[in-house]
Design a binder for this molecule. Structure first.
Ligand code: BGC
Length: 808
């Protein structure tokens, strides 16, 4: 590899002040600055007026650790408001509200002197079993991008940097540190990159975090195409790109590609190699200067912002933010079914069943774990709401941590339901089911929760199921209760917010930001998801979520965009204004009910005749409207060239085909209430491609999509830098070595109290999936790269000799 020269576009993002500072720095100093100082902070160059700053999680609350740092949710962090997780935030479809949440996150970060908050996360939910789906916004790139942009604007309005993560195509947890995502260019552009593009263009985030995974054989953090050509040259990003924690594979290659900051610190482990790469002419000093210049630019920006603002009073701030968290959780709550049982009258005897009423399931596990400032429970909130007008009869029904139920617990639940006006059954996924670090292997609720639903609905005819979960679940029982509402993972005010919704004090404002399939095996991604190590094939291409359901006629149980109201709305005559591809759809919406409420008007574009196969329809705009009884509002939704475009892989360009398009105005992806036809003229020529025979591309078809033969997955042996600790267990020496490492890590773990199951599981998966290349950084350079190279050679040669011996 020879050193690439630095194009002017590459130096975008370096201010003149930063450039003059680094011009005076010796090379070793610049190398020091492009890696962190410790787990959460950057290096300083005090003599040059460059201060260190903190970057920390993220995304739905601040996780600032003052003591030991970790990225698995193990050690304590300062109290902070735990807002609803991204899966809930995405379900609000509410841009101004997410800006408010972003501003609150920024304010808490600023008050704690954090320079960059590591969020929002906006990877696409390719499969509902993705362990980290609760941390992501939607299956749709437009919704993801708009919601993320709102959060970024909010965070940055407080003088704190936001961080779009994880760039890109990081859609499963299994083997996440080194999985090679095989994805065709069109799907990459239309599905996996578009959200990032929208957020970059709309909100100008200060930073982006690269993903752990490889994309088509190349580490995301070493992809010049992704980090420089697409992100900076095409989209105009002028901020800083950092690694995900321990994502570095080859630091000089990362710098060459446009990766500015390595996090956390690798304690100088890479310094010698960066120096050697420059000496050998494999990395240009100019590239190092650009990376360092961007780190310095950001450090100066953080310092300037901090100097110009006062910290907030934490007590008043946390009170306000708790109220906001409650409002947001209600705005996200999504009413899936309702025969009129909801809202409940706030009187009489109500049976509240389910341990989540007392121990709320409100956030997911891993690096996003927030130490909430307080916690509302549905039990306390319901008792307060009913006061002397009614009575709450509570039965846990199951164990909150394991989700298991004894016969006695079920019998107690049935007794509580006996004679009640209504039963509220709180079920969902226990914490250990959803975490960063591993995927779910099925979408079922715990069997005891299903048993409870069956038993209670068989005996009572006014049963409301209130779900807590970070991603879709199977609901074969969906017709049994009179109403189902999901609060998603509602954050620290989840308990009070769901009670607000149950009694109609707040409306269920949410609409699904992802489809709930009848069964996971209906989905094309199910056949290539989290199944094989080292490689995952996106054979469904662009047919993700509703794009699959609607195109292939496989109905979801609850479709994308779905959510009922307590209000009724009437849609008036839709108007279309504008010219060419710049159009505005104006939809009059009238609240025809006696109570105030909101709805989300969604615009899908359908191309009836296309040279290139396309999804049946795609979301291209939306507007949330709030109406008093009898009020009419005009929902105005703007469309542009991208609303009609496809990505032409041969031309590496977005193109719009001339012809008629149908604009479908819907209250969900399947509830289309009006259509408009628009004729678009264009000279763009697109290479023809017929619809795929099935949603799962066959070998030949997939090779065609990739534009090359399907590569074999990287073998697990011989071992290399990307081999994981888990891989080593195939050899005797590796098992010994892995054992030593695990023991060393266990020693570093907090020992106070019992470690909850999900934390233990997350930790185990972090250790087992840790690639060898991260060890020098993790050992704080006690293990050097030279010793790691020797160790890998030794592991390979002993494994080879024992294989040979076994063959004799
Ligand atoms: C996660 C990131 C997180 C980082 C720091 C990583 O394991 O993927 O999302 O920001 O740790 O905790």
């Amino acid at each position: 590899m020879t050193a690439a020269s630095t194009s002017p576009a590459q130096s975008r993002g370096v201010t003149a002040q930063a450039a003059s500072i680094i011009a005076a720095l010796p090379r070793a100093e610049k190398i020091r600055l492009v890696s962190g100082a410790d787990f959460w902070n950057t290096e300083a160059a005090e003599g040059q007026g460059v201060s260190a700053f903190m970057l920390t999680d993220g995304p739905h609350g601040l996780r600032k650790q003052n003591g030991s740092g970790d990225h698995a949710g193990l050690h304590d962090s300062v109290p902070a408001t735990c807002f609803p997780t991204a899966s809930a935030l995405g379900s609000t479809w509410d841009v101004p509200l997410l800006e408010e949440v972003g501003a609150a996150l920024g304010r808490e970060s600023r008050t704690e002197e954090v320079g960059v908050l590591l969020g929002p996360g906006l990877n696409i939910k390719r499969h509902p079993a993705g362990g980290r789906n609760f941390e992501y916004l939607s299956e749709d790139p437009l919704l993801s991008g708009r919601m993320a942009a709102a959060l970024v604007r909010g965070i940055q309005s407080e003088g704190v940097g936001a961080c779009l993560k994880h760039f890109a195509a990081n859609n499963q947890e299994s083997d996440r540190m080194r999985i090679d995502t095989l994805v065709d260019e069109r799907a990459l552009r239309e599905i996996y990159l578009t959200g990032f593009e929208i957020a970059v263009r709309e909100a100008e985030p200060w930073t982006v975090m690269c993903a752990y995974n490889l994309i088509n054989g190349e580490h995301a953090g070493e992809s010049h195409k992704l980090l420089t050509e697409v992100l900076r040259d095409e989209w105009g990003f002028d901020g800083l790109v950092m690694t995900d924690w321990f994502a570095t594979f080859d630091r000089p290659a990362g710098i060459r590609a446009g990766l500015d900051l390595e996090m956390p610190s690798s304690s100088g482990a890479w310094d010698g190699r960066i120096e050697a790469a420059i000496e050998a002419g494999e990395l240009s000093e100019a590239d190092l200067d650009v990376a360092c210049g961007r780190v310095v630019t950001l450090a100066l920006k953080v310092a300037a912002e901090r100097a110009s603002r006062l910290p907030a009073d934490p007590v008043a701030m946390h009170d306000d933010h708790h109220d906001l968290a409650r409002r947001v959780a209600a705005a996200a709550a999504t009413l899936l079914t309702n025969d009129g049982t909801l809202p409940l009258a706030p009187r009489g005897r109500i049976a509240l069943i389910g341990a989540f009423a007392e121990t709320p399931r409100h956030q997911g596990g891993g690096s996003s774990l927030v130490n909430s400032t307080r916690m509302d429970t549905a039990l306390a909130a319901m008792r307060t709401r009913l006061g002397d007008d009614g009575e709450v009869v509570y039965a846990p029904g199951y164990d909150a941590a394991t989700g298991e139920a004894s016969d006695a617990q079920i019998a107690e639940a049935l007794a509580a339901a006996e004679g009640a006006e209504a039963v509220v059954l709180m079920v969902g996924l226990p914490t250990s089911f959803e975490s960063e670090g591993y995927d779910r292997d099925h979408l079922d609720l715990p069997s005891s929760h299903e048993r409870l639903i069956q038993a209670v609905t068989a005996r009572h005819d006014r049963v409301v199921v209130a779900l807590s979960h970070g991603a879709p679940v199977h609901m074969p029982w969906a017709d049994a209760p009179e109403a189902i509402v999901t609060g998603h993972l509602g954050g620290q005010a989840a308990g009070s917010a769901i009670v607000d919704v149950l009694f109609g004090d707040a409306e269920p404002g949410g609409r699904l930001a992802e489809s709930y399939p009848v069964q996971a095996k209906d989905l094309p991604s199910d056949h290539h998801f989290a199944s094989a190590p080292t490689q995952v094939q996106y054979r469904e291409g662009i047919y993700v979520g509703y794009r699959f359901h609607d195109t292939f006629g496989v109905p979801a149980r609850f479709p994308f965009g779905h959510g009922l109201s307590y209000t009724t709305f009437e849609i008036g005559d839709t108007k279309l204004t504008g010219r060419g591809t710049s159009r505005t759809v104006t939809v009059p919406v009238t609240n025809t009910s006696g109570r105030a409420g909101s709805t989300v008007v969604q615009v899908y574009v359908h191309d009836p005749v296309s040279t290139l196969h396309r999804p049946a329809q795609e979301l291209k705009g939306f507007a949330k409207v709030w109406l008093e009884p009898g009020e009419t509002a005009q929902a105005a939704i703007a469309l542009d060239a991208r609303s009609f475009a496809v990505y032409d892989v041969d031309a590496s360009a977005w193109k719009v085909e001339a012809g008629e398009y149908e604009l479908r105005i819907g209250l969900s992806s399947t509830r289309i209430v009006a259509t408009k036809t628009v004729r678009i003229s264009s000279d763009d020529v697109i290479a023809p491609a017929a619809a795929p025979a099935s949603a799962i591309a066959a070998d030949k078809e997939f090779a065609g999509m990739l534009g090359r033969p399907i590569p074999a997955p990287r073998p697990l042996f011989p071992f290399h830098y990307d081999s994981t600790i888990g891989d080593l267990t195939s050899t005797w020496l590796g098992r010994r070595f892995g054992g030593v490492l695990r023991a060393a890590m266990a020693k570093a773990m907090p020992t106070d109290g019992d470690m909850p199951d999900e934390v233990r599981e997350t930790m185990t998966s972090f250790v087992v999936n840790m690639p060898l290349r991260a060890l020098p950084a993790m050992s704080e350079d006690r293990l050097t790269f030279a010793s790691l190279d020797r160790l890998i050679r030794l592991l390979n040669s002993t494994a080879l000799s024992s294989r040979r011996a076994a063959r004799k």
